[in-house]
Design a protein. Structure first.
Length: 282
């Protein structure tokens, strides 16, 4: 990915501001509108953006924009990119590797935490990449399960990539060669609840399926499951019998496939692995 691609992303965020407008600008095959926008910016702004490009490059961060050949087909729905860009750090091959999204509550129950680790291990054992959101609770358990199993993981941030740090829990397991960190947001954007909801589209978009560990009656995990079902992604919701969380029950009633054991999850994952990409077909 060229320096120009990263600069294009920064200029689009600077000039167009809203995700929809930024996406249209970056997906436009004609490069002139963004070049014109660059030329109209005040010199001090251009200088600042140029320094930011150098900073990102020095940290190994590259922008893969909507419209770029390297932009994942799985994030294009009905011809429209789901996000404007992905600022990436790590193994770029994981953008297009077969994977599974895993999500669940930050305030996970002990049973859910045990299940999250088992699911992360099973996804890795099936040769799939674990895609999750780097939050405490379920996300952390699934990322660590993949890494400890010798597998690979994609960390999808709910904030700009400038904020990324290796968390204390990851110190012993963190292997840059088996990790990709991505953010769809402007590099300096702080965490926000709406951003956490928005990044879910990348979590289930990059995965062949979404595994819901523990969803509440409302909140981001339930919304992710519903959105994935609308998108046509296979959704597997864990069924703990009488202890099944209410959000999981809601998703099962809406069409998610109930999964009652690790073996069942493995069979379901084998079924979706290698299936044609659905993102551009809906």
């Amino acid at each position: 990915m060229s320096v120009e691609g990263t600069l294009r992303a920064l200029v689009a965020f600077e000039v167009f501001r809203t995700p929809a407008k930024v996406t249209r600008a970056l997906a436009d095959p004609d490069p002139e509108p963004l070049r014109d926008a660059w030329r109209t910016l005040p010199k001090e702004v251009r200088d600042s953006l140029a320094r930011k490009v150098e900073d990102l490059q020095s940290r190994g961060i590259k922008a893969i924009n909507a419209g770029d050949d390297a932009f994942p087909d799985s994030l294009v729905v009905r011809g429209r990119p789901a996000v404007p860009t992905l600022f990436c750090k790590g193994d770029l091959s994981l953008l297009t590797a077969d994977g599974a999204g895993l999500c669940g509550s930050r305030r996970v129950s002990p049973l859910g935490l045990k299940a999250a680790r088992a699911c992360g291990e099973e996804v890795s054992d099936r040769g799939l990449t674990v895609v999750s959101g780097y939050a405490k609770g379920v996300d952390t358990a699934t990322h660590l399960a993949a890494l400890d199993r010798g597998g690979r993981t994609v960390i999808v941030l709910a904030e700009g990539i400038d904020a990324f740090r290796v968390k204390r829990e990851f110190k012993e397991s963190f292997d840059p060669g088996r990790i990709l960190v991505v953010s769809q947001f402007r590099p300096d954007q702080p965490w926000a609840a709406y951003a956490a909801m928005a990044r879910n589209h990348v979590i289930f978009g990059l995965g062949k399926a979404l595994v819901v560990i523990e969803a509440g009656e409302k909140g981001g995990t339930l919304a992710a499951g519903r959105d994935a079902l609308k998108r046509g992604r296979p959704v597997f919701a864990l069924n703990f019998g009488d202890e099944t969380p209410i959000g999981n029950r809601i998703l099962i009633e809406a069409g998610a496939e109930p999964v009652t054991s690790r073996t069942e999850l493995g069979v379901a994952l084998d079924h979706v692995k290698g299936q044609p990409e659905q993102g551009t077909l809906l």
